[in-house]
Design a protein around this ligand. Sequence first.
Ligand SMILES: Cc1cc2nc3c(=O)[nH]c(=O)nc-3n(C[C@H](O)[C@H](O)[C@H](O)COP(=O)(O)OP(=O)(O)OC[C@H]3O[C@@H](n4cnc5c(N)ncnc54)[C@H](O)[C@@H]3O)c2cc1C
Ligand code: FES
Length: 274
Amino acid sequence: MEHNVYLPRIGEIIEIKDEVLGARPIKTFRVKLIDGPNFSFRCGQCAMLSVFGQGESMISISSSPLVTDYLQFSILKMGRVTSALHEMEPGSLIGVRGPYGNGFPIDDWKGKNLIFIGGGIGLAPIWSVLQTAILRKAEYGDLLLIYGARTSKDIVFRNELEQLKAQIPVYLSIDVAEPGWREFVGFVPQNVLDKKPSPENAIAITCGPPIMIKFVIKALKELGFEDNQIYTTVENKMKCGIGKCGRCNIGHHYVCKDGPVYSWAELKLLPQEY
Ligand SMILES: Cc1cc2nc3c(=O)[nH]c(=O)nc-3n(C[C@H](O)[C@H](O)[C@H](O)COP(=O)(O)OP(=O)(O)OC[C@H]3O[C@@H](n4cnc5c(N)ncnc54)[C@H](O)[C@@H]3O)c2cc1C
Ligand code: FES
């Protein structure tokens, strides 16, 4: 019988962690495929997660491909599917299609300094690359993370970030001052200009809200980064995830297949439909 590409694998949620509470909650889910071995994937790839009877959503895989026990997804509650995911408990079953997309070309970056710049839930796709680079530290140059959220309560991977500080420089920011906050106050692009990462032998990887990405790229250009030293992801709305429906395209590009990862050198040549 012909394989149906829309048929999901079955995943069991084995762990759920509250990252952010309040009006824009974020939870991290660890999922184990129970109908066979977990699939292999590249950093920056995504999977279509389905809640039976509700629908599907494209979500970045936030764990490293070097971790094979589970797939990790960090999910902001937005609407129908993500709300249903937030209602689930460990032991619940979901559908998983993927992996989809091109992923970050991390093998091309060996020997280079990697500068990670994230905002809000945009740390999720970066986290996969960052964890991989940490696990393979000898293969890369210096690593640096600049990450910001609206308030201190909106910071994801809070404990992991504190532990990361023992290994690499981590510069956090929040948008508006709060009592007790001792790190940077302001938007992520301002923190980039404040910390002035050097473009020498470096690659900058940035994910976050489109407005943040726009101004982070502007800041990086001011610091002397070339277009092909800057990588980002495009999160256009998606339906099929496999280049069939035309929902996600930018010009002739299907973001689900040709993206979601682009260098700024590639992205700036495409129509501004993202
Ligand atoms: C490549 C890719 C990777 C993604 N990775 C993550 C991730 O790691 N974590 C995460 O939380 N989310 C991620 N998203 C966004 C996620 O797919 C959407 O938030 C989700 O599909 C919304 O589904 P829903 O049924 O809950 O909301 P819906 O009921 O479909 O919509 C609720 C609201 O969300 C808006 N919305 C839906 N999809 C998007 C989108 N792609 N961009 C902007 N607004 C949208 C709708 O316009 C509507 O206002 C990613 C999206 C893409 C395309
Ligand atoms: S989501 Fe269908 S073509 Fe990309």
